[in-house]
Design a protein around this ligand. Structure first.
Ligand code: ZN
Length: 581
């Protein structure tokens, strides 16, 4: 590439007029911008796949194997139709529930139930699981942005359909999700409290309506504890104060409705982290407790999944369980079978589980099932079906994930071929990036890879924007380190004034690309494990959260591809070793 004008200049001192470094620089920046755009698109796609998830299970024919379910109007044979009072205290932690005399009194004469809540541990998905027995992947309710009628049958539907007098008191969301104003005999619905306290009104309404309508099934939802959790955190005195107020109102409700023949069930939908927030997998969020007390309840302790609550309540009430309940009525909570109610639930669960397995793996999915005689057999049917489907999904996704990983490695290889010193420097810059970004995330903000980090839905956008800004800051620090490391490997460093302008600019772009490539390897792993699409189950949401953050970082690193070269250029121009002469 020698031009005639400087052909006479000796080889060693002549500035290079080589087009190749400039071409590599332009290519590097363009590739980084392309990765940024692709990552942004993929993040949006994966996010909406979870938010707009369409369950394949809500319309599956659960009757196929077990015959047609009798109409709800036909009573379950030999079942005692017991009155049930179900109270949902939104956001009540296990620890807080143990400070409540009203709940402790129920525990003493009933069953202290350890609950495990499915993810995401958000209110709409968990309310739906409590009332339908369907976890989010079955019900299709995956976030609090689900603002329409839930597609699967609820306890309200079976109670009303069986001719019971049903009364519902709580926030208007219950009408949106479960259509209670048309399903129930009577309702008292209030707007979600914004700063006010409404549990006292809800209790007044529930007592009045139960009396006026000789209710067989009373449902009340108390929102105030959750509000206190969000605004002040589960460790705050504000939270404890609201819990004490709610306890007094709950005691009033129990006192008014306890006729010695009523089943009481009190439970939360999820807990809260100490600083406020839920949605994730934290112990205080997903491990909560329910209390069952009254006729038909075995006294003692038990441990069930949240999806087992609805079938268990149905058996206690002498009702059919909601048809799409993935759970099963719990022997550990039930003192008796309530006539054929327990059998009816078991037969229903067989139909559900076989249909679930066939929906996942096709007609042949159930040919190897040996036995359907116990709860353990049923659990095995669904667990085996999920494991088989996941294995097949991962085999399908492996080539795509490997291709992505190879592309990420190819980017590093190209940098290394262009200059091994630049690759080492860019990797050192990348290590700095990950140290700075993660120190900010985990140590400064005390965040975790958890939906609980948001606290409120309205914080989502600000949260991601904050991480993008920090990714750019961490990336630029990485570029400064890359420049320093590069000089370590260059005993006779050539600066921008020695004709290496393109090289110094490229070091910033190479650092941005190296970070994106290393994030790309992690994204490839996630895509193999869980995929970008949400077809029949939600991804593991801890890794899913990290995956979204990885993509958000890859997006933000376009800023480093554009600004980083300026920093590395300045090092190449003004570093003490560059201004030696
Ligand atoms: Zn909440």
């Amino acid at each position: 590439m020698d031009s005639p004008a400087n052909a006479a200049v000796p080889e060693t001192t002549r500035p290079r007029r080589n087009v190749r470094p400039w071409a590599l620089l332009v290519l590097g920046v363009l590739v980084s911008l392309g990765i940024s755009y692709a990552a942004y698109t993929l993040a949006g796609y994966s996010w909406s796949q979870v938010v707009d998830y369409k369950s394949p299970f809500t319309s599956m024919p659960t009757d196929t194997f077990t015959g047609k379910r009798p109409p709800l109007s036909i009573a379950v044979p030999d079942a005692t139709p017991r009155r049930v009072v179900l109270v949902l205290i939104d956001g009540l932690t296990d620890a807080a529930s143990r400070t409540m005399p009203s709940i402790n009194a129920l525990r003493k004469r009933g069953n202290d139930v350890a609950l495990t809540v499915p993810q995401p541990s958000l209110s709409y998905p968990t309310w739906t699981t409590i009332l339908t027995g369907a976890p989010p992947n079955v019900s299709g309710v995956t976030t609090n942005w689900y603002e329409k009628r839930v597609a699967v049958e609820s306890l309200f539907d079976v109670a009303a359909g069986s001719g019971r007098s049903l009364v519902v008191a709580g926030p208007t969301d219950l009408d949106t999700l479960f259509g209670v104003s048309t399903v129930a005999t009577a309702t008292a619905l209030t707007d979600w409290p914004e700063g006010g306290y409404i549990t006292n009104t809800i209790v007044d309404d529930a007592i009045r309506l139960a009396d006026e309508n000789s209710a067989d099934f009373v449902f009340a939802l108390f929102p105030d504890v959750d509000e206190a959790g969000h605004s002040a955190g589960a460790a705050s005195t504000e939270y404890a104060d609201v819990v004490a107020k709610v306890d007094a109102d709950l005691a009033r409700l129990i006192g008014a409705l306890d006729d010695g023949d009523t089943v009481f069930v009190v439970l939360p939908d999820h807990g809260h982290i100490a600083t406020g927030g839920h949605g994730g997998w934290e112990d205080t969020v997903i491990h909560t407790s329910a209390t069952f007390a009254g006729p038909g309840v075995k006294s003692g302790t038990s441990a069930v999944l949240l999806q087992d609550v609805a079938p268990t309540i149905a058996v206690l009430a002498g009702l059919q369980a909601p048809q799409y309940a993935a759970g099963l009525a719990s022997d550990a909570i039930l003192a008796d079978t309530n006539g054929r109610s327990k059998d009816a639930d078991f037969v229903r669960a067989i139909g559900f589980d076989l249909a679930y397995a066939r929906t996942l793996n096709g007609q042949d999915a159930i040919k190897d099932i040996a036995s359907l005689a116990s709860a353990a057999d049923l659990t095995k049917v669904t667990a085996d079906a999920e494991a088989a489907r996941l294995k097949a999904d991962r085999a399908d996704r492996l080539p795509m994930a490997l291709g992505l990983a190879l592309a990420a490695l190819a980017i590093l290889a190209v940098i290394g071929v262009a200059s091994w010193r630049a690759l080492v420097a860019a990797l050192a810059g990348s290590a700095t990036y990950f140290a700075v970004y993660n120190a900010l995330f985990f140590l400064v903000h005390h965040f975790a890879w958890s939906l609980s980090a948001f606290n409120e839905e309205s914080h989502v956008q600000a949260f991601f924007n904050g991480r993008m800004i920090e990714a750019v800051i961490a990336g630029l620090i990485g570029c400064l380190v890359a420049g320093d490391i590069y000089l370590l490997f260059r005993p006779e460093a050539k600066g921008t004034r020695d004709g290496f302008t393109a090289g110094w600019l490229s070091l910033g772009a190479a650092t941005a690309l190296a970070i994106q490539a290393l994030l790309g390897l992690q994204v490839a792993w996630f895509l193999w494990q869980w995929g970008a699409q949400t077809v029949w189950r939600l991804p593991d949401l801890r890794w899913g959260f990290k995956y979204d953050l990885d993509l958000i970082q890859m997006t933000a690193l376009a800023g480093v591809a554009l600004l980083g070269p300026v920093l590395t250029y300045l090092i190449g121009r003004f570093h003490p070793r560059m201004v030696k002469s």
